[in-house]
Design a protein around this ligand. Structure first.
Ligand SMILES: Cc1cc2nc3c(=O)[nH]c(=O)nc-3n(C[C@H](O)[C@H](O)[C@H](O)COP(=O)(O)OP(=O)(O)OC[C@H]3O[C@@H](n4cnc5c(N)ncnc54)[C@H](O)[C@@H]3O)c2cc1C
Length: 383
């Protein structure tokens, strides 16, 4: 929504407008096909790279555009309107979730070898944090990286990894030291390494076009130079990087809410019951008014958090956690209202509401659950 916040400039609005054209022309016509196939084509990374969308806030020295976070947020909001939440999630997991830590902490050699081709969309990236026994409790990670001669030797398993079936490399969080958060490091892991195996592609409730996989590491040698930043600082790096990932989730939720609004108001105007359109019944006018109010509240909270992130960087934790919590919880409520409005039609696969209703379920889990957001907010409020 152009001009929806005092911080948005004419440049941000022009970027959104141009992006909408790309989304409508290049992505939306294929959304149904990709969701049904359970994956979107690899060429879409190359296309988005060529158009400059995969390096928006990264260093211009490696092909990025060095822009503020607003552009990434707008990208999330608009991409998801293509009709395939999975495609938006796959592209953003590559760009923001996996690459931001390399852009922020990587060596010039790492950026040349991994960041630059990923910004061009030639290499696909994934972030490897979650394990079967460690999700919210990141400090409990058990995948190890043992220093042997000139290599790290990796052993363990990761799960729920977006882009996991086809990533060329991972930004991997592994244990290089003692138990607890201080023993963790980020290592760039090329997936053609000996001993690496992709398990089954996990069948998800929603966001079907993004592939999600289990990954296994058996004595995998990775050069010592692939350590990102300092050894033992990985937990802190990942916590910093989560701020961007969480704000992207808020942007995705905002985009979905706008789609739900469009579908809901269209249907309320078209569907006749008892001789008049649904939208003329006060019950539905009020429920839709509540939905619109929720969407605007979500937008203002997210935009405020984006401004804080631009200004204060990692110190924006409170604002970002509030935005993630609010948008993730409320996109589900808006989806529930619009689903109910559609009666039986919302329950049928062909209806866009059916898919969106499933897609939004993951928003309160991915990038930190609602309970984890509440813990952060409570801690910041010194409760
Ligand atoms: C679609 C999808 C894509 C994903 N992509 C990636 C990816 O690319 N890379 C990656 O590394 N991970 C990825 N994840 C994993 C995601 O980050 C984790 O699922 C999430 O962090 C939660 O971890 P968990 O599933 O192990 O749940 P758990 O941590 O086991 O949590 C279970 C429940 O306990 C609650 N809980 C946890 N701690 C507390 C607490 N302190 N107080 C109260 N309640 C608590 C949680 O909120 C939740 O309700 C993805 C997940 C999904 C669903």
């Amino acid at each position: 929504m152009p001009g929806a916040a005092p911080w948005l400039t004419p440049e941000h609005d022009a970027f959104r407008k141009a992006l909408r054209t790309v989304v409508e022309r290049e992505l939306a016509p294929h959304a149904d096909e990709w969701e049904a196939a359970g994956i979107f084509p690899r060429e879409i990374f190359a296309l988005m790279g060529k158009l400059g969308y995969l390096g928006l806030r990264f260093s211009p020295d490696y092909g990025g555009a060095g822009l503020d976070f607003w552009y990434t947020l707008i990208l999330a909001e608009e991409l998801v309107k293509c009709g395939s939440v999975g495609t938006a999630v796959g592209l953003l997991a590559h760009m923001e979730f996996a690459l931001s830590v390399i852009d922020a902490r990587g060596t010039p050699e790492q950026k040349t070898e991994y960041l630059a081709p990923a910004i061009r969309g030639e290499k696909i990236a994934a972030i490897g944090i979650t394990e079967p026994g460690a999700g919210s409790d990141v400090g409990a990670i058990r995948t190890t990286a043992r220093r042997t001669g000139g290599d790290w030797v990796i052993n363990g398993a990761k799960t729920f990894i977006t882009n996991g079936t086809r990533a060329d490399f991972l930004s991997l969080l592994a244990r290089t030291g003692d138990p607890g958060p201080r023993g963790l490091s980020v290592i760039i892991f090329p997936t053609d390494t000996k001993g690496f195996r992709v398990g089954k592609a996990l069948r998800k409730m929603g966001a079907h076009a993004s592939d999600t996989a289990e990954l296994f590491f058996d004595e995998c040698p990775v050069p010592l130079r692939n350590l990102v930043g300092e050894e033992g600082r990985g937990f802190g790096y990942v916590m910093d990087h989560f701020k961007g990932e969480r704000l992207v989730l808020s942007g995705l939720a905002l985009g979905v809410m706008e789609r739900l609004w469009q579908e809901g108001t269209r249907y309320a105007g078209e569907r006749q019951v008892f001789g008049k359109p649904l939208g003329q019944f006060q019950a539905w006018r009020h429920r839709l008014a509540d939905a619109r109010t929720t969407i605007e509240a979500a937008r203002q909270l997210t935009y405020w958090a984006c401004e804080r992130l631009n200004r204060d960087g990692p110190d924006a934790s409170l604002a970002v956690s509030m935005a993630k919590l609010f948008t993730a919880e409320h996109v589900k409520r808006v989806a529930n209202e619009v689903f109910q409005l559609h009666g039986g039609y919302g329950y049928i696969e062909e209806s866009p509401i059916c898919r969106l209703y499933r897609d939004v379920a993951g928003f309160t889990i991915g990038a930190g659950t609602s309970e984890v957001m509440r813990e952060i907010i409570a801690r910041e409020a010194q409760l």
